[in-house]
Design a protein around this ligand. Structure first.
Ligand code: NDP
Length: 390
């Protein structure tokens, strides 16, 4: 039976991998909507190739180019954040949430309100509003499937298991671009150096987040929100090869590990075919050739982001929205080369401390409150960035 699918963030790294898997089995899928940002040429090419019903750019000023690129195809076009949310309301069976950042939350919520199966790559949705997202899914009979490789691994290790038997969840971390750099050298890390990952081919923002370990910090929070485990049950370990993505430890001492090549098409394909398993064009591991896998503890001095994630999990409420909003703002500032590599964690820590002292961090997790906390965190972070430059 043909499945109706929509892809939010189609032009990004996760989006393109999703498009490529769908393009391999065109008769199995009907593409309802594709959304992108500024990469209009790519969005139009994808929409033509997949015969999408609708193509939406996040930016009004990109709409004329999108219209021109799709003229004569019969493919509908639209622009803006509102149009992306409207696209999420169109009838679809499966929706990929692969917009980067907090902007992914509103369309994800809209898709869940329609009872869709939401394949969630946008980890920021769970970090900023996990309880709201999961409650919305439950209220509308919708399904959330994790796409982050670690969370897909945990999900797969838990199939057929009872959550009550779970003792701990271990999320592996490659350690990012600078895992072997001395702390002193980290201070001078450049944008170009932080933008290249040793194992994974990903978008620039998540690649830099891997170098700072903010990505792993987001994933710890994501684990708590998605699987409902306590913070003290979640561990992380540096595993430079990125072959084991996560492990689940059970009360009898057994550890179930999920292994796979560092290729997001596995986790995306698993979510796309769920609850079935189908052939996927991913490399098969040759364990004898791999020879050995390595593990070491994360160094807390080098990874303040992991400590902050623990604080966020303990605080709860809107702390995740504050953490993510501040993190996105300092990442923008680092990409604009306004601050240094280590400044990012320092500024996020100060914003968290300032906002945790206020009352609004314990406000109810509604979309409006998340948006307000996110905006205030970004404002405070940028104030700090500007002070540093004064
Ligand atoms: P990319 O930066 O490669 O792509 C992001 C996508 O979002 C693009 O389609 C981009 O459009 C679009 N976009 C950017 N800003 C906005 C906005 N304000 N509104 C609407 N659309 C926007 O990101 P990735 O694919 O790397 O990551 C996507 C999500 O998946 C992130 O949450 C990330 O943490 C998560 N993830 C990614 C992994 C990976 O391997 N890349 C692994 C696990 C999780 P355009 O490019 O056209 O401007």
């Amino acid at each position: 039976m043909t499945r109706r699918v929509s892809i939010f963030g189609a032009t990004g790294s996760i989006g393109c991998n999703t498009v490529s898997l769908i393009a391999e089995a065109p008769d199995d899928f009907e593409v309802v909507a594709l959304t992108g940002g500024r990469n209009v040429a790519k969005l139009a090419g994808q929409a033509r190739a997949l015969k999408a019903g609708l193509a939406v750019t996040a930016h009004e000023d990109c709409l004329p180019d999108l219209r021109e690129a799709l003229a004569g195809t019969g493919i509908e076009t639209a622009a803006g954040a509102g149009a992306i949310c409207e696209a999420a309301e169109r009838p679809a069976d499966w929706v990929m949430s692969a917009i980067v950042g907090a902007a992914g939350l509103p369309p994800g919520l809209k898709a869940l309100e329609q009872g869709r199966t939401l394949a969630l790559a946008n980890k920021e949705s769970l970090v900023t509003a996990g309880p709201l997202l999961m409650a919305t899914a439950a209220a509308h009979g919708a399904t959330v499937l994790p796409v982050d490789s670690e969370h897909s691994a945990v999900f797969q290790a838990l199939i057929g298991e009872d959550m009550a038997a779970v003792e701990r969840v271990i999320i592996t971390a490659s350690g990012g671009a600078f895992r072997d750099w001395p702390l002193e050298k980290l201070r001078r890390a450049t944008l170009a150096e932080a933008s290249s990952h040793p194992n994974w081919d990903m978008g620039q923002r998540i690649t830099i987040d891997s170098a700072t370990m903010f990505n792993k910090a987001l994933e710890l929070i994501e684990t708590k929100e998605y699987f409902g485990v306590r913070p003290d049950q979640i561990e992380t370990v540096i595993h430079p090869e990125s072959i084991i993505h996560a492990l689940v430890g059970f009360r009898d001492g057994a550890l179930m590990a999920h292994l796979g090549p560092p290729d997001m098409r596995h986790a995306i394909g698993f979510a796309l075919n769920w609850p079935d398993r189908r052939d996927l064009p991913v490399e098969r591991l040759d364990l004898a050739q791999l020879g050995q896998l390595n593990f070491r503890a994360a160094d807390p001095e080098r990874s303040p982001a992991l400590r902050l994630a623990r604080e966020v999990m303990e605080t709860g409420g809107l702390a995740g929205a504050v953490f993510n909003g501040a993190k996105e703002a300092v990442l923008d500032a680092f990409i604009a080369e306004r601050i240094g590599f280590l400044d990012m964690a320092h500024i996020v820590e100060r914003v968290l401390a300032k906002m945790s002292a206020g009352r609004h961090i314990s406000a109810e997790i509604t979309l409006d409150n998340v948006v307000a906390a996110d905006a205030e965190a970004r404002r405070l972070a940028m104030e700090d960035v500007a002070k540093g430059q004064a």
